[in-house]
Design a protein around this ligand. Sequence first.
Ligand code: ADP
Length: 242
Amino acid sequence: MSGGKAPFPLFKDGKRHDGRGPLDLRPIEMKVGILHNANGSAWVKFGGTEVIAAAYGPREPPKFMSLPDRALLRCRYHMAPFSTDERKSPAPSRREVELSKVIREALEPIVLTQLFPRTVIDVFVEVIRADGGTRTAAITAASLALADAGIPMKDLVAGVAVGKVDGHLVLDIDQIEDNYGEADMPVAGAVSLNKVVLLQLNGKLSPKEFDEAMKMAWIGIKKIYEMEKNALKESIKKEVVF
Ligand code: ADP
């Protein structure tokens, strides 16, 4: 959020700046198994935001890094230099280091790491186009890549951000809504477990708005979760055919 005022209305006559209604997701596409050189992979597109994720493991850990009772889960979130309007430095920023931790912590309770003591599971997420909601797209792609790698999990994880623009709550905000909005609340959840695994809030919401924003996020998460299941089914079908 820049705190500045948008040069055009972000919400007018029930519509957002891109024509969506408050509860509309951006056009979402997902593909699983897109990379040859990873154990599991996924590509996820939420409108103008695109990310790819690659998962490796469980495999031999680097020296002195293993845990005696479970696998060590490591995640890296990175924005490619070409993902933003102005070339971003390829060096990991503080934001990327923090988001890597946030994504790992969202996935850790879901991955059955206890089944693989003294191993390491790695997930690398690369944002190839950034237009808002990259952390929630990253969590969604990471969850799909882990599933594609055959790593046992309690559930799939799906994420989406709710925002407040011109006083209205809206689902799946893009970069303009994020930059000029009054609040940005990324949420990720595991639908079958009925559990929220990530919740952040930038800006201000009243307790009533917060409850409403959570409801909206959960509506989006359920839809994204169904898309994830379909993407996995598609990839299995392909494996059977070829
Ligand atoms: P998220 O992508 O999860 O919404 P932020 O709220 O931090 O995370 O960022 C919002 C949007 O701002 C990003 O999706 C991206 O489009 C843009 N952005 C973030 N960091 C940078 C950066 N270093 N350079 C240019 N744009 C950025």
